[in-house]
Every structure is written in C-alpha cells, then in structure tokens.
Write a new protein. Sequence first.
Length: 184
Amino acid sequence: MVHPDDDLIPWPHEAECEGGDELPVDLPGRWPLFGLYVVFLSPNPAVLAEGGFLHLEWDEREQRAALRIAPDTKPVAGLERLDTQPLHLVGDTILEAARKTVRAVPSDTVLATSSDSDLDWSAMPLAGKNRIWVQAADRLTSPQVNFVDAAQALGRAPGALWPPEQPDAKGRAPLLWLAMPAHA
C-alpha cells in the first residue's frame, strides 16, 4: 500500500481526458511490484481513505503490457465487486491506449465497435476515468520519488528498502509506504 504526498499526485477524480496526455511507454520496465494499492485521504469526512489497485500484466501472446485498474473510491460490498478495467499500454497517448483497449476488450463497460465515432464515444470516458491512475503509476515509478516505510517514519521499525522484496525473518514486511518528491 502506497500513500502519495498530495504534491506528488492529486486526489483522484474523473475528468475528460485531453488527447495530448502522454502514455508512459516505459512503465513496464519501471514497475516495482506485482501490484500496488494507492491510498488517499478522502475529501469525504464520512470516509477516512479511498484508493485503487494498480496491477501490471504482461500478455505474452500479444507482447504488450496492460495496467489493470480497480478504483476503490465508492462503497462496494467486497473486493470481488470492484470494477476492474484493463488499459493496454500501447500507443503514444492515454486516449490512443483507450481506443486500442476498447477494440480489444469487449465487456459490459467497454464496447468493441467498428465505427470511429462509436470507438471515440467508448474510449473518451475510459481514458478520462483512468487518466489519474496512469499518471499515478507513472509518477510512483519515477526516479524523482522517495519511499519511506510508515512504521520507520513513526520510529516503530528499522529502515526498509524500496521496493520491498520479501518479509524479514520475523515475517514483517512494510504495509504502508509514504511516497514523496525526492527533493522533499
């Protein structure tokens, strides 16, 4: 679980995706772990924290990576009910990646279509709602970010190195990492 500094990543919200948002094509080479849960303090006073799962997958057959995104920002009855959305990491922009995902992944939320206008109609919301998560994945894997084990920051544990490799001899692995700009 990673909690980013507010200056590093703003709280996630759905927005229209601008056509020029670049896709981080080198993300698979920088991805540190199997998956991350990015947690934010919620702006909703009734909810303490919200977040999302980010999981990087590799499709051997198609020789391409996909970021599987499961926002956890609305009440759900359990993890199995989270809306998980793949975004193929292909193309130069987030919108182009969404278009290719729409063409490749027919589902209830993403409709595979043949017409370019229908394709954009499906791809624009997909790109918009996943834009913040792609940006979060990109920023969290940049060399300009420092990670500190929250237990270490509170003086409850010795220093740990990022990314975590495996639990130590006592079975302890850092559960919450604080991510902040490297200059902080």
